[in-house]
Design a protein around this ligand. Structure first.
Ligand code: NAD
Length: 263
């Protein structure tokens, strides 16, 4: 059964692109008031807003909070609550990647990945939970990764942050278990978004391959299904977690990785 999110307010971090944009659009399609966030120039932000308003009559709020800035994150939650009365659904999705071996990993990139991929989810949750507790409703969805469950070489910061966000998911779930507040993680394998496109291009350059050959090789290296999970499939999973069937599901990690973590 598809969730009816009429009257709910959904805030998705990192939703100017990729998985976050697909989730924001899907929430809007299901009736929610949506707040988007993320980097991008005016044209990219307008394009994201247009994509969402193409399926909804509601306006879309954009908040430019940088996920590196704890004060801006707190202000983003307050501003959404002031304007719309609540943040009912919070998706912690913003994320970046950098690949290098630990002994060569740039220290500033480590700090940024931990801040954006992990600490920002603490700051949003910390700011949004008091309102959720008062209203006795909340759905927090942390976009982790199969890398929250298994490791891969050259991804130390990403793997550490994603394992961390699965831990944060469990504690958030436990601390709010007796209320109508759930917190779950979604763990995708490869999804063909700009974040992975950069890795496909790097592999194509390194191995002298056509881009589509490199994409196939990337899949074959990890994902038994040999298929990318789509942003829409992830958006449907998020909607499921917000609907009635997901109401007693909390603290879990939903793998959507084509069998990657089953190996
Ligand atoms: P993407 O690059 O398309 O989107 C990332 C989003 O995060 C963009 O909107 C970007 O503007 C935003 N962002 C980056 N830095 C930010 C900052 N400092 N402040 C605010 N926003 C910021 O990537 P995606 O693939 O859609 O990734 C979304 C999430 O899914 C990430 O957490 C990623 O780790 C996770 N994930 C992706 C894959 C995949 O294969 N693409 C797999 C597993 C998990």
């Amino acid at each position: 059964m598809s969730a009816d999110l009429t009257g709910k307010v959904a805030l998705v971090t990192g939703s100017t692109s990729g998985i976050g944009l697909a989730m924001a659009k899907n929430f809007a399609r299901l009736g929610a008031q949506v707040v988007i966030n993320g980097l991008g120039d005016d044209a990219a932000i307008q394009a994201a807003k247009d994509e969402i308003t193409s399926v909804s009559d509601l306006t879309v709020k954009y908040d430019s909070a940088n996920m590196l800035d704890a004060d801006a994150i707190t202000a983003m939650i307050s501003s959404a609550e002031e304007e719309f009365g609540a943040v009912d659904i919070l998706v912690n999705n913003a994320g970046i990647q950098h690949t290098a071996r630990i002994d060569e990993f740039p220290k500033a990139r480590w700090d940024d990945i931990i801040a954006i991929n992990l600490s920002s989810a603490f700051h949003t949750s910390s700011a949004a939970l008091p309102g959720m507790q008062k209203r006795d409703f909340g759905r927090i969805i942390n976009i982790a990764s199969v890398h929250g469950l298994v490791g891969s070489v050259e991804k130390s910061a990403y793997v550490a942050a994603k394992h961390g966000i699965i831990g944060l998911t469990k504690v958030t779930a436990l601390e709010n278990a007796t209320q109508n507040i759930t917190c779950n993680a979604i763990c995708p394998g490869w999804v063909r978004t700009p974040l992975v496109e950069a890795q496909i291009e790097a592999l194509a350059t390194k191995d002298g391959l056509e881009k589509e050959e490199a994409a196939k090789r990337l899949l074959a290296s990890k994902e038994p299904s040999l298929r990318f999970t789509t942003p829409q499939q992830l958006a449907d999973a998020a909607a499921f977690l917000c609907g009635p069937a997901g109401s007693n599901m909390t603290g879990s990690s939903l793998t959507m990785d084509g069998g990657w973590s089953a190996q």
